[in-house]
Ligand binder design. Structure first.
Ligand code: ADP
Ligand code: MG
Length: 698
């Protein structure tokens, strides 16, 4: 059979070599298949003109016909907008623009007939249309067109007349080429059981739906398929791994663990820590290689859990390594572990890029002959020159900055892959965890060590400094310490540093009788250390800093965190910063200081911070506000397959559902041998082949 789907697009009517080159360069489309999978981002109901008196906010994109009665510019600054009062004789509706006011006023005239396309929404309690498209009525528009698709195009494409409308025509001729149905990519069983539209029909309807109902069904089918293969991929991978690799068996808990637990553990473990250690112990003894994700909010005590697991490794004659994404963090872990283990006969070493020469050689030797029990470090730990005597357990802290490929490299470090424990303080929303780490088992520390009180969080406008300073004074006078944090980003580094210096002077003036220290990333390491030390030892009461304190600092006596220009921080960053306080027994406070004009998103971020201390809730909200592509590190760590239509922020339920469908398939057919599933395995193979992220691990 001649495979239409892989045919070059230049043969599609209306394309030709030039447009083909442009589509390829601008959108990465080179085959008919690519083209058909380039989905519209919205639809306009062209089946008829709606009248203003029947509009409500639940409608999709619609078209209206009428005239502009008059313009009105209202609001100030970011809230400034242009309103056009638009009427068709049945009523009046507001068209609203937040940008391009001057241009619009020049372009459109009152009392002239226009067609308006847009999505009705509710704004300030009234139905209106924001940023509509407006066209002059040049010809009579044919009705009965169904829903008209709109495609994203680039500036370059528009300049060569390859706009959404042109693409629409190309799409129509591509669909006409499909005399035979596309090869189905889901099994008949799954299609039937879940009432899914066949592929060819879904592709046809996603581009040119006759009505909203068909569009919904097409949408559902394509989303289902996309998420299903993401899950099938991960689960099949996990199941293969289980059959292929035998894990080292850590059969016993011995003297090292027991001595530490009985004699040197400085505090009682929380119930959550105990539970998680039990879960891990079970994995380690099971004969299967462990791949576990340990989630726990900032300050929940993950390091100690990691340490106790490494002690189990020692008891069974294995070495461990612990990797952190930065030297600062690696250093800190090293210091922490050493101090926990100071009275025990366990050798811990640190290996980072800056450890060179004789010292490095000594460490490499100690690893090879097995004298070193625990190696802490950065990426340096997985370099080829680092050879272990018997590596049995690898712990990765802050996984989201560690690529999948690096995880795979770890596996080469012994005859079998070591057990892997991935720890993350940035709580990953469930849906993301399922797609990114769906092959990992998950343990959660959902409890903070005792005595920690939730941090009270307050929003304060920047012109209300006097009461803010009074508040700081009260806290400091009762013996507490305070952080004051300023944003610093590279693009505006100079201004930001100035801002920090100004703030520092202002604070010095406001608190003449306190010692105030200052830390920022541009300082020399020695100076930074010295300033930091002042705060840690309690010699300084106030620390003025940039986000360098985001990770690592632990000063239980600090009870106040002031975040200046809080509107410039992301949610997870705000949460991490807040995690610096609330570590002692006293009630702690976090004050988010902002200007008056706040965007809708910023307002939401602040609201969430004020409402909750729960890192998971915050991460979910972050995902909804920003979308998954934007979450730190997720692009690199790689969802195995591109998502063209599903949206992790909103399709969590469907994801859970298809995960169960995929689990069922794997359970019945772990080797991929059943004929009724042959479609599925073939499609999975195709997807894996065309995917870059995947090749890193297989
Ligand atoms: P994170 O999960 O953010 O890595 P850490 O492991 O750094 O948290 O622990 C935060 C602080 O809590 C550390 O000072 C640690 O020693 C302390 N800690 C850990 N477990 C307990 C516990 N069970 N009881 C009291 N303090 C604990
Ligand atoms: Mg930590």
């Amino acid at each position: 059979m001649y495979d239409l789907a892989s045919r070059d697009i230049k043969y599609v009517t209306g394309v030709g070599p030039q447009r083909a080159a442009m589509l390829n360069k601008e959108l990465g489309i080179s085959t008919v298949h690519d083209l058909l999978y380039y989905f519209p981002y919205k639809y306009v109901d062209r089946s008829r003109f709606y009248t203003i008196n029947e509009i409500d906010a639940s409608m999709p994109y619609i078209q209206l016909k009428g005239e502009i009665l008059g313009f009105e510019a209202v609001g100030e600054g970011r809230g400034r907008r242009l309103i056009a009062h638009f009427s068709d004789g049945t009523g009046v509706i507001d068209l609203v623009w937040f940008q391009g006011i001057k241009y619009l006023l020049n372009r459109y005239k009152v009392h002239q007939e226009y067609m308006v396309f847009g999505k009705p929404t509710v704004f300030n309690g009234r139905v209106n249309i924001a940023h509509p498209d407006i066209d002059a009525i040049t010809e009579e528009v044919p009705s009965g067109l169904g829903l008209q698709p709109f495609y994203n195009t680039t500036e370059k494409m528009k300049r060569s007349m390859l706009n959404s409308h042109a693409l629409e025509k190309v799409m129509a001729s591509a669909l006409k080429l499909l005399q035979e149905p596309l090869p189905e990519t889901l099994s008949p069983q799954i299609l039937q059981e879940h009432h899914l539209m066949p592929l060819t029909e879904a592709i046809g309807n996603i581009h040119f739906p006759q009505n909203v109902e068909l569009l919904k069904r097409a949408h559902y089918r394509l989303k289902f398929e996309e998420l299903f293969y993401v899950q099938l991929n991960i689960l099949r991978y996990a199941s293969d791994r289980m059959h292929k690799y035998r894990g080292f068996v850590f059969g016993k808990v011995g003297d090292t663990f027991n001595t530490f637990y009985a004699s040197y553990l400085p505090f009682e473990l929380t119930e959550a820590q105990k539970r998680v250690i039990r879960e891990i112990r079970k994995d380690l003894g099971s004969g299967h290689q462990m791949n576990r994700l340990l989630q726990g909010d900032v300050g929940s005590g993950k390091t100690l859990v990691a340490l106790m697991c490494m002690l189990i490794a020692i008891d069974n004659g294995y070495q461990s390594c612990m990797m952190a994404p930065t030297e600062i963090l690696a250093n800190q872990h090293y210091e922490t572990l050493k101090s926990f283990l100071r009275d025990m006969d366990v050798r811990v070493e640190l290996l980072t890029g800056s450890i060179k020469g004789k010292r490095r050689e000594r460490i490499l030797q100690g690893l090879q002959n097995g004298e070193i029990h625990i190696l802490v470090g950065t990426h340096a730990v997985i370099e080829d020159t680092v050879e272990f005597h018997k590596l049995g357990l690898a712990i990765i802290d802050e996984q989201h900055r560690f690529g999948v490929a690096q995880r795979a490299r770890l596996w080469q470090k012994n005859v079998s892959p070591p057990h892997v424990l991935v720890m993350t303080a940035t709580p990953i929303p469930r849906t993301l965890a399922m797609t990114l780490y769906g092959d990992l088992d998950v343990s959660v520390i959902d409890e903070l060590p005792p005595g920690r009180k939730p941090v009270a969080t307050i929003h304060q406008y920047e012109n209300r400094r006097a009461p803010l300073y009074d508040f700081i004074r009260k806290q400091v006078d009762s013996g507490r310490q305070a952080y004051i944090v300023f944003p610093l980003i590279q693009e505006s580094e100079k201004i930001d540093l100035q801002n920090l210096e100004d703030g520092f002077e202002r604070i010095k003036t406001a608190f003449p009788d306190y010692a105030i220290c200052k830390v920022h990333g541009k300082m020399k390491a020695a100076e930074k250390d010295e300033q930091m030390q002042l705060f840690v030892t309690g010699k300084a009461q106030i620390l003025v800093a940039t986000t360098v304190i985001e990770v690592g600092v632990n000063v239980p006596n600090a009870s106040v965190m002031i975040i200046e220009n809080a509107e410039r921080f992301g949610l997870s960053q705000l949460h991490q910063l807040r995690g610096r306080v609330g570590r002692g027994a006293d009630q702690s406070y976090c004050v988010l200081v902002t200007g008056f004009k706040l965007s809708e998103d910023t307002r939401k971020r602040i609201e969430i911070m004020v409402r909750t201390n729960d890192g998971f809730e915050i991460a979910e909200a972050d995902l909804k506000l920003r979308g998954p592509g934007d979450l730190e590190g997720t692009q690199q760590s790689g969802i195995a397959f591109d998502l063209k239509i599903a949206d992790l922020a909103h399709d969590g339920q469907l994801l859970q559902y298809v995960r169960e469908v995929a689990q069922e398939v794997i359970k019945k057919d772990p080797q991929g041998a059943l004929p009724e599933n042959s479609v599925l395995w073939k499609q999975l193979k195709t997807l894996r082949k065309s995917n870059v992220n995947w090749s890193a691990i297989s």
